[in-house]
Design a protein. Structure first.
Length: 234
């Protein structure tokens, strides 16, 4: 890996899929340190300029304490969250592990998919020293129906998630950057219905955006429209 220092074997260190390690390798630059131990905590990547980078492929709430602790001590922290814009689904035979089928998933993630997880860590929006970067990726998800998965997945178990390609990235840190997700020509007050329609997303996801921004102090409640709340800039 050249001059990139790996201080601790990080692949699957926390039972992560291959995607986690592959994104760390994609992000790493000469002079960076992978799996560095900082104040007793393992950090995915430490930039040569001191920035701490945490890659989280899901469950942003799990890393919230660590991120906010480092940020509160004045460390610059960047949270990387990948979203599969294009996903290939691969199914294996549970006995032979042969590939039975391959198809493209009809589901396409977008930048707003971030908020499905950010609702569990809305503090990232307002926290000083914290940047959230969304990577739009092409990925492969491999499954097998060996009965060990949950009942609502009909026994399917995810064997691995792998990175094929990084398509684009977008970073958010300042209030202006976060609020740029609300169309400038959409007149306030905003509701989940009006925002969802403007962004061409469902009202449930639009509600998560408004919730995160409200919790971060970027928006305040301005009333109600029907049974739902409306918001405007703080």
């Amino acid at each position: 890996m050249g001059s990139i220092a790996v201080e601790r074997a990080g692949i699957n260190l926390y039972s992560e899929y291959s995607l986690h390690a592959q994104i760390k390798e994609y992000l790493a630059r000469p002079g960076d340190r992978l799996e560095a131990v900082i104040e007793g905590r393992v950090v995915d990547l430490v930039r040569a300029d001191g920035e701490l980078v945490e890659v989280q492929t899901g469950h942003l709430g799990q890393i919230k304490p660590k991120v906010l602790e480092f940020a509160g001590k004045g460390c610059r922290v960047r949270v990387i969250y990948p979203v599969s814009a294009v996903r290939e689904l691969r199914r294996l035979d549970p006995v032979t592990n042969e590939v039975l089928s391959t198809r493209r998933s009809p589901k396409h993630g977008d930048i707003y998919s971030l908020f499905d997880e950010l609702v569990h860590a809305p503090e990232f929006v307002a926290a000083n020293n914290v940047a959230v970067e969304v990577l739009m990726i092409r990925s492969v998800e491999t499954k097998t129906r060996d009965g060990s998965g949950s009942w609502w997945r009909r026994g399917d178990r995810t064997v691995d998630r792998e990175l094929v390609e990084v398509l684009s990235s977008r970073s958010f840190q300042t209030p202006r950057e976060w609020l740029s997700l609300i169309p400038s020509d959409l007149e306030p007050p905003w509701s989940s219905e009006t925002l969802g329609e403007a962004l061409d997303i469902g009202p449930a996801r639009a509600r998560k955006i408004l919730y995160c921004f409200s919790r971060a102090g970027l928006l305040i409640e301005s009333g109600k429209r029907g049974r739902g709340k409306t918001y405007r800039k703080a």
